[in-house]
Design a protein around this ligand. Structure first.
Ligand SMILES: NC(=O)c1ccc[n+]([C@@H]2O[C@H](COP(=O)([O-])OP(=O)(O)OC[C@H]3O[C@@H](n4cnc5c(N)ncnc54)[C@H](O)[C@@H]3O)[C@@H](O)[C@H]2O)c1
Length: 292
């Protein structure tokens, strides 16, 4: 049974807090009294949300891996001891793999995976080093890390790695009995710019960023290894895991789940998001701008 923790008064650092799921999470946690520090590549967007939630913000590229320890030091000097770190910043450029520029593959891995590994390690080292028994890292993974998404193979791989890293570390930390926790949150499709062009599949409508924010709030309160949004995804994955693989593949095709990202890839409405993701650092190349 997970121990319940207070949210009020705790210092929570959230990456990618300038929009989408990050902004909704900042609002939900601040409403419960958390002191929010938002990091985002888009300094203006983070500052606007920080002003709303009476928090602080830093313009920051979390893929600057060598600079991350210095950013954490600066936050602790200026804002106080970090209690919770939420790795939320992420990108999902869609591509058929043969069209994916090398810079895009690297950008997805650097942001969605490397920044998560390096920051989690830095925080766990600090939490354990100072005997902070309520230190917590929450990693925003994706249902795409548990169930493959055609047209987002590199993204799926990055999120699968985040989930497995978080789960392995969860057991490592529990075995240490140091009181430090790591959790993985797995949203399905969520109505943010990142999911532009995705349509409802298998009868499941997109969740709202606020629903994901509520799930993050609940896991900050009661640390657990895995959370799914909506919760039915957990059951679907467990049932799918028991199916013979051919039936699993048939179900994926019958539900249209194998086509949804490929359809979004062809949707002109997605261009603005793809351009923004292409400028996340280290810069991803937009295939149409820079053919590989
Ligand atoms: N929207 C979905 O359908 C969905 C589903 C499952 C998981 N997720 C995950 O949730 C997280 C948030 O997604 P979202 O939909 O809110 O995306 P979003 O694009 O709306 O917001 C992402 C934020 O991250 C920031 N960011 C990008 N690169 C950065 C960098 N290098 N350093 C610091 N900040 C950076 C962006 O400026 C932006 O404010 C991501 O990890 C995403 O993979 C999203």
């Amino acid at each position: 049974m997970a121990r319940e923790r207070a949210v009020s008064g705790r210092l929570v650092v959230l990456t990618g807090g300038g929009r989408g799921i990050g902004a909704a999470t900042a609002r939900a946690l601040a409403a419960e009294g958390a002191r929010m520090v938002l990091l985002d590549l888009d300094a203006d967007a983070a500052a606007a949300v920080a002003a709303e939630v009476d928090g602080a913000s830093y313009g920051c590229d979390v893929t600057d891996l060598e600079g991350l320890p210095g950013v954490i030091d600066r936050i602790e000097t200026e804002q106080g001891r970090i209690d919770v770190w939420i790795n939320n910043a992420g990108i999902m450029p869609l591509n058929r793999i043969e069209d994916e520029p090398a810079a895009t593959t690297r950008a997805i891995v650097e942001l969605n995976l490397m920044a998560v590994l390096v920051s989690t390690k830095e925080l766990v080292r600090r939490f354990k080093g100072r005997g902070q028994r309520d230190g917590h890292v929450v990693n925003i993974s994706s249902a795409a890390g548990r169930s493959p998404v055609a047209g987002a193979a590199t993204y799926s791989a990055s999120k699968a790695a985040v989930s497995m890293f978080s789960n392995a570390l969860h057991f490592e930390l529990r075995a240490d009995e140091a009181g430090v926790d790591v959790s993985a949150v797995h949203p399905g499709m969520v109505s943010t710019e990142l999911a532009t062009g995705f349509t409802k599949t298998g009868g499941i409508s997109p969740a709202t960023p606020e629903q994901v924010a509520d799930a993050v709030l609940s896991v900050v309160r009661k640390p657990r290894m895995n959370v799914y949004v909506p919760a039915i995804i957990d059951t679907t994955l467990r049932v799918g895991g028991l199916m013979p693989s051919r039936l699993g593949e048939w179900t994926m095709r019958a539900s249209g789940g194998d086509k949804v990202a490929l359809a979004a890839l062809a949707d002109p409405a997605r261009a603005a998001y793809e351009q923004r993701a292409a400028h996340s650092a280290p810069a991803a190349e937009h295939p149409e701008e820079n053919p590989a």
